[in-house]
Design a protein around this ligand. Structure first.
Ligand code: ATP
Ligand code: MG
Length: 420
């Protein structure tokens, strides 16, 4: 029986991993220039953390979690997202007692029982940030700008930033009533999910992906019209800050997050050219979340970005720098009797930080040249009978195709001269 990777998972093979390294490097550099520090939390957590921190009316918690009992009958869940874990760590390490705000980023695999398709997997990767301890609209704008800066640094310019405000629990309550009143008469036309969730969580209906639900609720009231003066001011400050920074955005009435602990800013970034799964990042303010997870009253804002979708988007963009790192030197040796010299040369070069590989199969010189070419080696060193007799090494520059000789003592300098 041949065992395959589970549905919705995939291998990142060595030929592709360089693209991941590139994206990861750009993301880290950008996040660090914005003053964010990396946090790494466990891949699994107690199930109740996500029930509380993500919310048990969400698709994630109600349908998508990988939950299992461990050998002590604890219910654990592979993290479907990382915000709840960050909040847990924030509380567990009493971070609120230190200097605020704190700004964290994370990167790593997430797990959801989603329907696999292009840009949607069961194990996928997210980069994200969380900034705790500030309600300044400038912080909302910073978080959004960081997401945009990453896209720009990856060469992705054809994105759309969708922006909305979901207000605070007070003004949202009034809106909620209006929305329920609007939806109730058309309830029968909604999908089963929306019918069950609309009384408890009517904002989720705005978020439903079915066209039939969207058609049914057409003309729904606009949350923007119900924002209280504080929330309205916060939203206009965020927009002003983004405009000051020359970022364009689309006000999107339908962009909502249904849970009570989400407040004010909600945003999503899409890259339409990548197709059906065009959302690359989603985020917003969650001033009620830390408290909902058992901490103090603490403002927070963050986003999560889907890394597979970034790579999908990059595949449609000319992108030079993501080529595989090539080999500097390939050491061709024709017989096992040259092994003593070979290991010394190899170790010396590697210790000097020169990317070096060697032959292990003692093939013909011609076959080894072909192999070295395939590895992208800049230089090939030849070690054969003639070289050993004369106490030299043959150096072949694979670009100019020129050949020279060097003694063991001269070798390093000769190689460095070519590499420079
Ligand atoms: P969707 O509505 O597409 O299911 P979501 O609301 O579940 O998205 P978030 O929880 O906001 O998505 O996650 C943030 C980002 O993570 C998404 O914008 C997307 O880029 C990425 N993402 C989410 N789920 C998956 C998945 N199953 N596979 C790949 N990327 C994903
Ligand atoms: Mg989803």
């Amino acid at each position: 029986m041949q065992v395959k990777a589970p549905r919705g998972t995939y291998d990142i093979m060595p030929d592709d991993v360089n693209k991941w390294h590139y994206v990861e490097r750009i993301i880290r550099q950008t996040a660090e220039t914005f003053g964010y520090a990396e946090i790494r939390t466990p891949i699994f957590e107690h199930t109740e953390l996500f029930e509380r921190g993500v919310g048990d009316t969400t698709d994630i918690v109600s349908k998508e979690m990988y939950t299992f009992q461990d050998r002590s009958n604890r219910s654990l869940t592979l993290r479907p997202e990382n915000t709840a874990s960050c909040v847990r760590a924030f509380i567990e390490h009493s971070v609120a007692g230190g200097i605020l705000p704190v700004k964290w980023y994370y990167m790593g695999p997430m797990f959801r029982y989603d329907r696999p398709q292009a840009g949607r997997y069961r194990q996928f990767h997210q980069f994200g940030v969380e900034a705790f301890g500030s309600n300044n609209p400038a912080m909302d704008a910073e978080v959004i700008s960081l997401a945009l800066e990453i896209l720009a640094n990856l060469g992705l310019t054809d994105y759309e930033l969708h922006l909305n405000s979901v207000g605070c629990p007070q003004c949202r309550e009034i809106y909620r009533e209006k929305l329920i009143a609007h939806i109730r008469p058309v309830k029968e036309q909604l999908c089963a999910d929306c019918q069950t969730r609309f009384e408890k969580n009517p904002l989720r209906v705005l978020d439903c992906k079915l066209n039939s639900c969207q058609a049914a609720i057409a003309g729904f009231p606009n949350i923007y019209d119900y924002l209280c003066p504080d929330c309205s001011e916060h939203y206009s400050q965020v927009r002003k800050n983004l405009s000051d920074n020359k970022s364009s955005f689309i006000h999107d009435n339908q962009l909502v997050r249904g849970l009570d602990y989400y407040t004010n800013t909600a945003f999503e970034i899409t890259i339409p050219q990548i197709g059906a799964q065009s959302a690359v990042a989603g985020g917003g303010r969650y001033n009620g979340l830390v408290k909902a997870c058992g901490g103090t009253d603490m403002q927070g804002i963050g986003f999560a970005m889907g890394m597979e979708r970034l790579l999908l988007a990059m595949a449609s963009v000319e992108n030079g720098p993501i080529n595989a790192p090539k080999l500097d030197v390939f050491l061709a040796l024709m017989d096992d009797k040259y092994e003593p010299q070979a290991v010394q040369i190899l170790s010396g070069l590697r210790r000097a930080g020169i990317k070096t590989d060697r032959d292990y199969n003692y093939r013909s010189a011609k076959a080894q040249m072909k192999y070295a070419d395939k590895l992208g080696a800049r230089i090939v060193l030849l070690l054969g009978e003639d070289e050993i007799q004369r106490g030299i090494i043959t150096i072949r520059d694979m670009q100019s195709r020129e050949q020279s000789e060097a003694s063991t003592e001269e070798l390093m300098a000769a190689i460095k001269a070519i590499l420079e």
